[in-house]
Design a protein around this ligand. Structure first.
Ligand code: UGA
Length: 441
């Protein structure tokens, strides 16, 4: 078993650190935000992820998982140092902001007093491994300090992160020193996943290409959805029919409001930016982003088609989080939709099983008129007196609602199913004017 330090207790860092501790390693998670560390020491997590709280508690109790703001303490005896800080969009052209990665590298250099392998887990522009190497090299203080750099992109999904960590499809490791990459591979041997060992640049690119491909699948099916709607076909069944072809597969063919979250939007933008900078014109990536944006707009057009002007109407919103099983509101379609409809004079009634506080914060942050927003205790309350109901996030709870009761309490039973979770014929039977995304009506 190994001694590991993880820098950054955000989503990736906390999941990675905790799961590595759960495999039997001794892990110290370092974060510069004192409040975050204090709360983690009390067992209060900064994110919602199913199963994580229990896993943190179990490993803290077993003395395998520690939290600190002190780099020296975190790096003590560490054989592996994971950098897992965030790389948000940093400029208007979509380039990734490397500030946090660089400052983590500097702090590692200033506190390292032995040999360690520095592993980059953050999604960083191709070529960043070299930057990390250079920053550490230029700032080393101790003559005993030396290091190797390995890129090890993560492929965890929010809401399924523990499962994804324990059952990875592949482990990608890139380095200019293959021996260092093989040492990191040993950390993951128990997981029995295939290893892809490459140079640094290629590993960094695998991450972007994977996310961009998945985003492309989503925009592709959303474009097909629009065509289906016009021509009278049902995109849900089209996707099922396509998915049986093993070369296509069923995954990521759910048409709807498009992708959100902290990864796809940022990574597609960053990849397009890298291509631009290299003098290329990434046409497909641009189309993927445009289609994704249009899907959100479509909901507003559907509402105006059904209701006429939105001024003075009440729109019910089911779901705020960018996807189910998370309270994450980053780039969530709900924010744009609520912003647009309230700007047109509608008021909204909203409900999300988890993302209430994060939802409120995100709406405030986008300068939504909060006087026009009512937070409700359940979906039935949302529906009361509403002129239309929009399903924004496909929480399981919404699939099991008594839709007859919902339609009965609405002012006008208009249902915009932004995630295609209901059966159109059944909804019509309950008296709804139903519109899905890419479904004949
Ligand atoms: C995504 C990738 O799936 C992970 O492999 C990757 O590690 C992660 O980004 C990352 O780079 O850190 P995540 O953002 O958690 O994970 O969420 P996904 O479950 O992939 O969903 C992304 C978005 O696509 C959501 O907004 C979801 O609603 C949307 N989506 C997904 C669709 O609209 N249709 C689909 O068929 C699938």
């Amino acid at each position: 078993m190994s001694v590991i330090c993880v820098i950054g207790t955000g989503y990736v860092g906390l999941v990675t650190g905790t799961c590595l501790a759960d495999l039997g390693n001794t892990v110290t998670c370092v974060d510069i935000v004192q409040e975050k560390i204090d709360r983690l020491k009390q067992g209060i997590l900064p994110i919602y992820e199913p199963g994580l709280e229990e896993m943190v508690e179990r490993n803290v109790q077993a003395d395998r998982l520690h939290f600190t703001t002190n780099y020296q303490e975190g790096l003590k005896d560490s054989e592996f140092i994971f950098i897992a800080v965030n790389t948000p969009t940093g400029n208007t052209q979509g380039g990734a902001d490397m500030r946090f990665v660089e400052s983590a590298a500097r702090s590692i250099a200033e506190n390292l007093d032995h040999y360690a392998i520095v592993i980059n887990k953050s999604t960083v522009p191709v070529g960043s491994g070299d930057v990390v190497s250079r920053v550490i090299q230029n700032n080393l203080k101790s003559p005993q300090a030396s290091f190797s750099v390995v890129s090890n992109p993560e492929f965890l999904r929010e809401g399924a992160a523990l499962l994804d960590f324990q059952n990875p499809d592949r482990i990608v490791l890139g380095s200019t020193e293959p021996e260092a990459a093989h040492k990191v591979a040993r950390l993951y041997l128990q997981l029995r996943a295939p290893f892809v060992i490459t140079d640094l640049y290629t590993a960094e690119m695998i991450k972007y290409a994977s996310n961009a491909f998945l985003a492309t699948k989503i925009s592709f099916i959303n474009e097909i959805a629009q065509i289906c709607e016009r021509l009278g076909a049902d995109v849900k069944q089209v996707a099922v029919g396509m998915g049986y072809d093993k070369r296509i597969g069923h995954a990521f063919l759910d048409a709807g409001l498009g992708y959100g979250g902290s990864c796809f939007p940022k990574d597609v933008r960053a990849l397009a930016h890298m291509a631009d900078e290299a003098g290329l014109h990434p046409q497909m990536l641009r189309a993927v982003m445009d289609i994704n944006h249009d899907q959100r707009r479509l909901v507003v057009s559907k509402l105006t088609n059904m209701l006429g002007s939105l001024r003075g109407t009440t729109i019910g919103i089911l779901g705020l989080a960018f996807k189910p099983n998370t309270d994450d509101m980053r780039e969530a379609p709900a924010v744009d939709i609520i912003h647009w409809v309230t700007s047109q004079g509608a008021s909204v009634r909203v409900y999300d099983p988890i993302a209430t506080e994060t939802g409120r914060e995100a709406l405030r942050h986008e300068n939504v008129n909060m006087d026009a927003v009512t937070f409700c205790k359940n979906p039935y309350e949302v529906a009361e007196q509403a002129d239309a109901l929009v399903v924004v996030t496909e929480w399981n709870e919404f699939k099991a609602l008594n839709m007859q009761k919902i339609s009965a309490v609405m002012e006008r039973p208009v249902l915009i199913d932004g995630r295609n979770i209901y059966d159109p014929a059944e909804m019509k039977r309950y008296g709804f004017y139903y519109r899905g995304m890419g479904r004949a009506t």
